[in-house]
Design a protein around this ligand. Structure first.
Ligand code: G6P
Ligand code: ZN
Length: 542
């Protein structure tokens, strides 16, 4: 039954920030997915007879690749595959399944927040037994293998029926099709005070959860409507569709604008939240208040003990370098560790495993904790509802009192998408060259205190990651950071992260772009951004 198929390597299968992401037509090339999956298996040791978890966000091509992956896992000697019904597993749910059932690892099929469809994005990511994304050591080995691979193994058999929960056999390997939601919902019920949240919703606080036609729909319906008693329809766009119903499932002010506008309207819900394609990102808005992901991390950390799962306190906080320093002030006050890592959730894994950090967050709409090893969108939403219930306050009240206590970190990210790659690389190279000359220079009222190309020394395994973003710090806590995105699929995306610290509570009501205007101008001046990118303005501002 096991076939060995000869194949020709592809040279472009380098995993990015979060696995291999390409357009569907690229993935659909002959043996393209097979090569990558086999390269993953070839880079792992000791999985014979062990369990592999497989699931995806339901996007176009999900089912096809799952069938291939199951047959290849059987041919390579895995003992069992656990796969979500319908091929569905949100990224945090997959992480939970890997951990809970002590699987060897998992394949998560997703291109996260990128659109889905026949001409849109697809992706494959490998997670290790701790439930987290594979570290660079493994992704580098996978990439090296893809460049020379000449055969792959696959079982020649009929497709598995993914739509029926149950256990099947394929060439001696067990395939268990599982309910994708049950284990995850149970975990959330352990971490949060469902009784208090239920009472909050019963008291008239109306919520709107936008699943954007992607994977979180079934999870959100089960948790918010079935278990927490939110009225039917509180979850929108709740059916995962191969093209996400045309949505760009990126929960931010641009792509989740409809929800945002609804919450801001007079008669709209009091609380809104959106998730991305695979359910690891989140956006939280309250009436009159958009919560930046950086503030969300800080506020969750400051209020963590209000949730039963964190009642004993948190050990430390970790954030990616471009994320604002709001959380740093909380860590300082709580006298707990604060860790600054490169962009990419995988860098949190070691800190979480070692018990150094309990909550983590990124400016890219990711928040999570040591309950799994991925960021977790619905977890963050539940955390907010738990805090609201415990404090009996609205989102706006919670955020404002946080700023009053800690000061406000005004924050915004400007993205220049699909810029010519050479131009983007040249911009970064020129900035790098300028670094030594910047400290001491003044730009209007701003004086550069420090500038570098961020490098990270992992305190657990001693590995070093260099060239993780140019950061320019000004006296008083303001900052500009430049980075090239590691997740795009066409051209280059230049990200400019701008932050200003404002301790004075009487100055906490300024419109964000206005509060940051001088820094935005300096960012352009230092980098020659407009000229080099050929753009007058960013494509996306969040
Ligand atoms: C993915 C990762 C995140 C990371 C983000 C950055 O979503 O899971 O951990 O923050 O990509 O993307 P970028 O496009 O900025 O490299
Ligand atoms: Zn995602």
């Amino acid at each position: 039954m096991i076939k060995t198929v000869s194949t020709t390597p592809y040279q472009d299968q380098k995993p990015g920030t979060s696995g291999l992401r390409k357009k569907v037509p690229v993935f659909a090339q002959e043996n393209y997915a097979e090569n990558f999956i086999q390269a993953i298996f070839d880079s792992l040791e000791g999985f014979a007879g062990k369990t592999l978890v497989i699931g995806g966000d339901g996007r176009y091509y999900n089912r096809e690749v799952i069938q291939k992956a199951i047959k290849m896992a059987a041919a390579s000697g895995f003992g069992k595959v656990m796969v979500g019904q319908g091929g569905i597993l949100s990224t945090p749910a997959a992480s939970n399944i890997i951990r809970k059932y002590h699987a060897f690892g998992g394949l998560i099929l997703s291109a996260s927040h990128n659109p889905g469809g026949p001409n849109e994005d697809f992706g494959i990511k490998y997670n290790t037994g701790n439930g987290g994304p594979a570290p660079e050591k493994i992704t580098d080995a996978i990439y090296a293998r893809t460049k020379v691979i000449d055969t792959y193994k696959i079982v020649d058999s009929a497709d598995i029926d993914l739509d029926e929960v149950g256990t099947f056999k394929i060439s001696g390997m067990e395939v268990q099709v599982i309910d994708p939601v049950a284990d995850y919902a149970e975990l959330m019920e352990q971490l949060f005070d469902f009784v208090a949240i239920r009472a909050l919703l019963a008291s008239g606080v109306r919520i709107a959860i936008d699943s954007m036609g992607a994977v979180t729909g079934p999870y959100a319906v089960e948790i918010f409507e079935n278990r927490l008693g939110a009225p039917e329809g509180s979850v929108r766009n709740a059916t995962p569709l191969p093209d996400f119903g045309g949505h760009h499932p990126d929960p931010n002010l641009v792509h989740a604008k409809e929800l945002y506008d609804d919450v801001m309207s007079k008669s709209g819900p009091h609380f809104g939240a959106a998730s991305d394609g695979d359910g690891d990102r989140n956006m939280v808005v309250g009436k009159g208040m958009f919560v930046t992901p950086s503030d969300s991390l800080a506020i969750i950390a400051a209020n963590a003990t209000l949730a039963p799962g964190y009642a004993k306190g948190i050990a430390g906080i970790a954030r990616s370098m471009p994320t604002s320093a709001a959380a740093d002030r909380v860590a300082e006050k709580l006298k707990i560790g604060m860790y600054e890592t490169p962009t990419g959730w995988k860098f949190f894994g070691n800190l979480l495993d070692a018990g150094k950090a309990t909550v983590c967050g990124e400016e890219s709409f990711g928040t999570g904790s040591d309950h799994v090893r991925e960021k977790d969108g619905l977890w963050a939403v539940l955390f907010w509802l738990n805090i609201m219930a415990a404090r009996n306050e609205s989102v706006a009240e919670i955020v404002k009192s946080h700023w009053a206590e800690y000061g406000r970190n005004y924050y915004s990210r400007h993205d220049y998408e699909e810029v010519d790659s050479d131009a983007a690389n040249a911009l970064v190279a020129a900035l790098r060259e300028k670094l030594p000359t910047l400290p001491g220079q003044t730009f209007g009222a701003l004086k550069v205190e420090f500038a570098d190309d961020f490098a990270y020394l992992d305190p657990i395994d001693g590995s070093v990651s260099k060239n993780q973003g140019i950061r320019i710090l000004f006296e008083g806590g303001s900052r500009v950071v430049f980075r090239l995105s590691g997740t795009g699929t066409s051209g280059a995306t230049i990200r400019v992260y701008v932050e200003r610290y404002e301790p004075d509570a009487s100055r906490h009501d300024i419109e964000t772009q206005t509060a940051l205007a001088d820094l935005i101008a300096v960012a352009d001046e230092i980098s020659d951004l407009k000229k080099r990118s050929g753009r007058d303005a960013p494509t996306v501002i969040t």
